[in-house]
Design a protein around this ligand. Structure first.
Ligand code: RP5
Length: 252
């Protein structure tokens, strides 16, 4: 995995702004390059070695189910809805939008409130225990419960969470032609249940989360860094369970 990218000034990010000198870095890892791709299909990646190999009909189908709508460039390639990233190629399963789902689990009340975080085994950052939506899954009904079980051994499949938001994730793997969106679902438990880190996570913990400073102190205490893209969502989740802002309405 390469984290390299060229810096794109904010005013040059929009696709509508001309930027003839733009020279993005290709972040495609060796296993997703055309000569090796077939070995990793379908588990790791979809078979197309460029977005141009995907039919218009298939793009239409995907747009119909998209979380964040996106446009196409003059070659018919999907372009990142947040603009130029400084990266091209693919370091994700699919071209275009890759849908994830993230359970945001709080337990306890007031000063005793905690949030469930895992330590990612790729970046070492602490994050919500989410993952990619598998084919045929409903993110808020199936994916969040499955990811929770796999990453923390916590089974909340008997509960219906609240959909907090559906949004773009500023994921380190994103490029101009492949990116991540997520559906974030909130659970609030009365008591703190036992958890255990699964194979996909380096660690799993209940971190104090009475408010944002408490969460920061809790992470400092374990020498942890919060996944930057998840930080505003966790703050939004705290506001939501404090009764300050409404969540998005569930789709099912
Ligand atoms: C983040 O990466 C998403 O918000 C989600 O937490 C996660 C999905 O990727 P994997 O953990 O499946 O690699 O962007």
């Amino acid at each position: 995995m390469s984290a390299a990218s060229v810096n794109v000034p904010a005013e040059l990010r929009p696709w509508t702004v001309r930027f003839p000198e733009y020279a993005p870095v290709d972040v495609t890892p060796p296993e997703l390059r055309p000569d090796a791709l077939a070995e990793h299909v379908p588990e790791w990646a979809e078979a197309a070695s460029s977005p141009g190999e995907i039919s218009r009909e298939e793009w239409r189908r995907r747009l119909h189910h998209t979380v964040v709508p996106f446009l196409f460039d003059a070659d018919g390639w999907p372009v990142n809805p947040t603009g130029r990233t400084g990266r091209v190629g693919r370091n994700l399963k699919k071209w275009g939008e890759n849908q994830a789902a993230d359970p945001l689990v709080f337990a306890g009340q007031g000063e005793d409130r905690h949030v469930l975080l895992i330590q990612r085994d790729d970046t070492g950052e602490w994050a919500m225990p989410g993952g990619m939506v598998d084919p045929g899954e409903n993110p808020e009904r199936d994916t969040v419960a499955r990811e929770l079980r796999e990453e923390t051994a916590l089974d909340l499949s008997h509960l219906k969470p609240t959909v907090l938001t559906r949004r773009y994730v500023d994921d380190h793997r994103a490029s101009d032609h492949a990116w991540v969106t997520t559906t974030v679902c909130v659970y609030h438990l009365a008591h703190i249940p036992a958890i255990q880190a699964g194979d996909d996570a380096a660690d799993a913990r209940w971190v104090p989360a009475a408010d944002t400073p408490t969460l920061r102190d809790g992470l400092d205490a374990i020498g942890g860094v919060l996944h930057a893209a998840h930080s505003p969502v966790i703050a939004q989740g705290m506001d939501h369970i404090n009764g300050h802002i409404p969540a998005a309405a569930p789709r099912y």
